[in-house]
Ligand binder design. Structure first.
Ligand code: FES
Ligand code: FES
Length: 157
Protein backbone atom coordinates (compact mmCIF):
# COMPACT_ATOMS: atom_id res chain seq x y z
CA UNK A 1 0.00 0.00 0.00
CA UNK A 2 1.27 3.48 -0.82
CA UNK A 3 2.70 5.56 1.99
CA UNK A 4 3.23 9.29 2.17
CA UNK A 5 5.77 11.39 4.01
CA UNK A 6 4.33 13.29 6.94
CA UNK A 7 6.40 16.18 8.29
CA UNK A 8 5.35 18.06 11.36
CA UNK A 9 6.58 19.78 14.49
CA UNK A 10 5.77 17.83 17.63
CA UNK A 11 6.20 19.88 20.80
CA UNK A 12 8.71 22.04 18.94
CA UNK A 13 10.70 19.17 17.42
CA UNK A 14 10.70 18.58 13.65
CA UNK A 15 9.74 14.96 12.94
CA UNK A 16 8.70 12.89 9.96
CA UNK A 17 7.11 9.51 9.33
CA UNK A 18 5.79 7.44 6.45
CA UNK A 19 2.03 7.12 6.83
CA UNK A 20 -0.90 5.56 5.03
CA UNK A 21 -3.49 7.88 3.53
CA UNK A 22 -6.19 6.64 5.92
CA UNK A 23 -4.08 6.52 9.11
CA UNK A 24 -5.31 8.74 11.88
CA UNK A 25 -3.10 11.15 13.74
CA UNK A 26 -3.63 9.27 17.02
CA UNK A 27 -2.18 6.05 15.64
CA UNK A 28 0.78 7.85 14.08
CA UNK A 29 1.50 9.86 17.22
CA UNK A 30 1.50 6.78 19.46
CA UNK A 31 3.00 4.17 17.15
CA UNK A 32 5.37 6.09 14.88
CA UNK A 33 6.29 9.27 16.74
CA UNK A 34 6.56 7.92 20.30
CA UNK A 35 3.94 10.25 21.74
CA UNK A 36 2.34 7.75 24.12
CA UNK A 37 1.06 10.61 26.27
CA UNK A 38 -1.73 10.99 23.70
CA UNK A 39 -4.27 8.46 25.00
CA UNK A 40 -6.51 6.15 23.02
CA UNK A 41 -9.80 5.96 24.89
CA UNK A 42 -12.37 5.19 22.21
CA UNK A 43 -10.75 5.86 18.81
CA UNK A 44 -14.04 7.29 17.55
CA UNK A 45 -14.38 10.83 18.83
CA UNK A 46 -16.36 10.17 22.00
CA UNK A 47 -13.96 10.68 24.91
CA UNK A 48 -11.41 13.43 24.19
CA UNK A 49 -8.53 11.42 25.68
CA UNK A 50 -6.60 11.90 22.43
CA UNK A 51 -6.95 15.70 22.26
CA UNK A 52 -3.94 17.59 20.91
CA UNK A 53 -3.41 21.14 19.74
CA UNK A 54 -3.07 21.38 15.96
CA UNK A 55 -1.66 24.81 15.20
CA UNK A 56 -3.11 25.90 18.55
CA UNK A 57 -6.60 24.48 18.05
CA UNK A 58 -7.79 21.49 20.07
CA UNK A 59 -8.70 18.48 17.91
CA UNK A 60 -9.35 14.84 18.59
CA UNK A 61 -6.35 13.06 17.09
CA UNK A 62 -8.48 9.96 16.41
CA UNK A 63 -10.75 11.98 14.12
CA UNK A 64 -7.85 13.70 12.32
CA UNK A 65 -6.06 12.10 9.42
CA UNK A 66 -2.33 12.13 10.04
CA UNK A 67 -1.76 13.84 6.70
CA UNK A 68 -3.99 16.73 7.82
CA UNK A 69 -1.18 17.58 10.24
CA UNK A 70 1.41 17.80 7.47
CA UNK A 71 3.47 20.98 7.82
CA UNK A 72 1.70 21.87 11.05
CA UNK A 73 2.56 22.16 14.71
CA UNK A 74 1.18 19.54 17.08
CA UNK A 75 1.27 20.12 20.82
CA UNK A 76 0.54 17.41 23.37
CA UNK A 77 0.34 17.65 27.15
CA UNK A 78 4.13 17.22 27.21
CA UNK A 79 4.56 20.38 25.16
CA UNK A 80 2.35 22.43 27.48
CA UNK A 81 4.57 22.06 30.52
CA UNK A 82 7.37 19.92 31.87
CA UNK A 83 7.99 18.31 35.25
CA UNK A 84 10.47 21.09 36.03
CA UNK A 85 8.30 23.85 34.63
CA UNK A 86 4.67 22.79 34.79
CA UNK A 87 2.00 24.96 33.23
CA UNK A 88 -0.33 26.69 35.78
CA UNK A 89 -3.09 24.33 34.62
CA UNK A 90 -0.98 21.29 35.43
CA UNK A 91 -0.11 22.68 38.87
CA UNK A 92 -3.73 23.49 39.51
CA UNK A 93 -4.94 20.00 38.53
CA UNK A 94 -2.53 18.53 41.08
CA UNK A 95 -3.41 21.08 43.76
CA UNK A 96 -7.15 20.47 43.39
CA UNK A 97 -6.97 16.69 43.20
CA UNK A 98 -8.42 16.88 39.68
CA UNK A 99 -6.50 13.75 38.71
CA UNK A 100 -7.38 10.27 39.86
CA UNK A 101 -6.48 7.48 37.40
CA UNK A 102 -5.10 10.19 35.10
CA UNK A 103 -6.24 8.65 31.84
CA UNK A 104 -8.32 11.66 30.83
CA UNK A 105 -5.81 14.19 32.11
CA UNK A 106 -3.66 14.73 28.98
CA UNK A 107 -6.78 15.50 26.96
CA UNK A 108 -8.27 17.61 29.75
CA UNK A 109 -5.13 19.74 29.97
CA UNK A 110 -5.05 20.20 26.18
CA UNK A 111 -8.72 21.23 26.03
CA UNK A 112 -8.33 23.55 29.04
CA UNK A 113 -5.27 25.17 27.49
CA UNK A 114 -7.21 25.79 24.26
CA UNK A 115 -10.05 27.24 26.34
CA UNK A 116 -7.85 29.64 28.34
CA UNK A 117 -6.02 30.71 25.18
CA UNK A 118 -9.39 31.76 23.73
CA UNK A 119 -11.22 32.88 26.89
CA UNK A 120 -8.68 33.85 29.56
CA UNK A 121 -11.30 34.28 32.30
CA UNK A 122 -14.03 31.77 31.63
CA UNK A 123 -17.02 31.40 33.92
CA UNK A 124 -18.06 27.93 35.10
CA UNK A 125 -20.50 27.45 32.23
CA UNK A 126 -17.76 28.28 29.72
CA UNK A 127 -15.35 25.91 31.47
CA UNK A 128 -17.89 23.08 31.37
CA UNK A 129 -18.50 23.81 27.69
CA UNK A 130 -14.74 23.90 27.03
CA UNK A 131 -14.25 20.41 28.42
CA UNK A 132 -17.59 19.02 27.23
CA UNK A 133 -15.82 16.74 24.74
CA UNK A 134 -13.63 15.20 27.45
CA UNK A 135 -14.95 12.32 29.51
CA UNK A 136 -13.69 11.56 33.01
CA UNK A 137 -14.83 8.40 34.75
CA UNK A 138 -13.28 9.26 38.12
CA UNK A 139 -13.47 12.80 39.41
CA UNK A 140 -17.08 13.87 38.95
CA UNK A 141 -15.77 16.93 37.06
CA UNK A 142 -16.16 19.44 39.91
CA UNK A 143 -12.49 19.32 40.87
CA UNK A 144 -11.48 19.67 37.23
CA UNK A 145 -13.71 22.72 36.80
CA UNK A 146 -12.32 24.24 40.02
CA UNK A 147 -8.75 23.55 38.87
CA UNK A 148 -9.30 25.30 35.54
CA UNK A 149 -11.00 28.24 37.24
CA UNK A 150 -8.17 28.58 39.73
CA UNK A 151 -5.51 28.36 37.00
CA UNK A 152 -7.25 31.17 35.12
CA UNK A 153 -7.34 33.33 38.27
CA UNK A 154 -3.66 32.63 39.05
CA UNK A 155 -2.65 33.54 35.50
CA UNK A 156 -4.52 36.83 35.87
CA UNK A 157 -2.97 37.80 39.22
S1 FES B 1 -9.70 8.41 21.59
FE1 FES B 1 -10.18 10.11 20.39
S2 FES B 1 -12.01 10.90 21.22
FE2 FES B 1 -11.66 9.02 22.30
S1 FES C 1 -9.08 10.88 36.32
FE1 FES C 1 -9.69 8.87 35.68
S2 FES C 1 -10.78 9.24 33.85
FE2 FES C 1 -10.42 11.20 34.63
Amino acid sequence: MATYKLELKLNGEKLSAQVLAHENLLSVMRNKLGAKEVKNGCNKGDCGACAVLLDGKAVNACLTLALQANGKEVTTVKGIGTEDQPHPLQESFVRHGAIQCGFCTPGMIVSSKALLDTIPNPDRRQIREGISGNLCRCTGYNKIVEAIEDAALKRKS
